[in-house]
Design a protein around this ligand. Structure first.
Ligand SMILES: Cc1cc2nc3c(=O)[nH]c(=O)nc-3n(C[C@H](O)[C@H](O)[C@H](O)COP(=O)(O)OP(=O)(O)OC[C@H]3O[C@@H](n4cnc5c(N)ncnc54)[C@H](O)[C@@H]3O)c2cc1C
Length: 276
């Protein structure tokens, strides 16, 4: 990351740049105190409060923090990204300006076979290098051909808005994207997940690096309670019942706070009812 400019390069020609932000961990705490009173004061208490909010899905204080990014990304990723409706977007206009001669070309190691068990994804198995090379050659040839056609018709005064329609999804676009922290965490939860396409995950990971220094407590809580936690279905819990002896739990080495241990006991009671 270039700290001075808050920019992280993504894929071959893209980037995420943090333009601006409003608020930080303190803004979350400040908003929460409106509902919980003036009780917490020290840094540790602030951290604890943020973690409590995250754990209990008390989400509105996280909406008090906002981030504005400048993103350069291939159109096929923009199509996935734009589905997140709770952000504000302003995109480069291919009607007003010429589309640039910039196309995503994947690294050869990212060209893989169709996954057999995930209909939306790539497999991790070995893949023919010849086939990958052929694919890349064809991709770049088509990108170049289609861009030349586009330019050719622009030169003949065909309107930009119609000349562009055959440009491929690998063409890069740019936008400004503004979102509050609650909805950004939702975006990150979905787009950091291994089910998300590799190319959008690269951007999600870059966003994490940019926001971590601004909201360190909130980000840590997000990692602990969202990214590195699991939801288990009733049947999954029943499947696990022979592995964990719920009647003989030893908390002596636990790093959980007193409050978190109390919350854990409530969860264990719920689990016991499920497996009864
Ligand atoms: C791995 C993966 C695969 C996907 N595959 C497909 C696919 O094959 N086809 C496809 O079409 N999409 C697909 N999507 C997109 C997905 O269905 C969602 O549209 C996208 O992830 C945005 O999620 P969201 O609606 O929760 O987010 P946001 O739009 O940011 O909304 C956040 C939350 O706000 C609330 N909300 C926002 N707008 C409304 C509204 N109008 N009404 C009610 N509640 C609202 C909801 O609670 C929502 O969860 C995929 C997403 C992922 C991560």
């Amino acid at each position: 990351m270039n700290n001075k400019e808050n920019i992280i390069n993504c894929l071959d020609k893209g980037f995420v740049r943090l333009i601006d932000h409003m608020g930080d961990d303190a803004a979350i705490v400040q908003a929460a105190r409106v509902s919980y009173g003036d009780g917490t004061k020290s840094v540790n208490e602030d951290k604890g409060l943020i973690r409590y909010l995250m754990r209990n899905k008390h989400t509105s204080p996280f909406e008090m923090v906002e981030f504005k990014f400048h993103v350069k990304l291939p159109i096929f990723i923009a199509r996935q990204w734009i589905r997140h409706r709770t952000a504000n977007v302003n995109e480069y206009s291919g009607r007003y300006s010429e589309m640039k001669d910039e196309f995503y070309v994947p690294n050869i190691e990212n060209i893989k076979a169709q996954s057999k068990n995930n209909k939306q994804g790539r497999s991790n198995e070995e893949f023919s290098e010849d086939l990958a090379q052929n694919f890349l050659k064809s991709l770049e040839g088509n990108q170049s051909f289609l861009y030349n056609e586009y330019r050719n018709y622009l030169d003949q005064n065909v309107a930009r808005e119609i000349a562009r329609i055959n440009l491929p999804l690998s063409n890069y676009t740019e936008w400004y994207w503004k979102i509050d922290l609650h909805n950004l965490f939702h975006f990150l939860r979905l787009r950091l997940d291994k089910h998300a396409q590799f190319e959008i995950r690269v951007y999600a990971e870059a966003i994490c690096e940019l926001i971590k220094p601004i909201v360190p407590f909130a980000y840590q809580a997000f990692e602990d309670y969202e990214i590195n936690s699991v939801n288990l279905s009733a049947e999954e819990i029943r499947t696990l019942k022979n592995i964990i002896d719920l009647n003989n739990l030893d908390y002596s080495n636990s790093k959980l706070s007193k409050r978190e241990l109390e919350e854990l006991e409530i969860k264990i009671d719920k689990i016991k009812k499920i497996i009864e």
